[in-house]
Design a protein. Sequence first.
Length: 74
Amino acid sequence: MSSRTPSSRAVLSRLGRSAREAWQIARGIVGETAYERYLEHHRHHHASSTPLGEREFWRRHVDRGDTHPGSRCC
């Protein structure tokens, strides 16, 4: 094996990292990260108030999408 050939451990590590990154991108595309982004925003801009619970956040998020559909597929 030459010194330029990556070991199978390095290849698997790289594949695992790529799969995790792809999963995070997919979560962002489908909106799954919306609550996490909301909490981050709330922490930085509204630290003195209590953030919405996840259930209430999603209820408002879906209601907002229903009343202001914008451009979406369905």
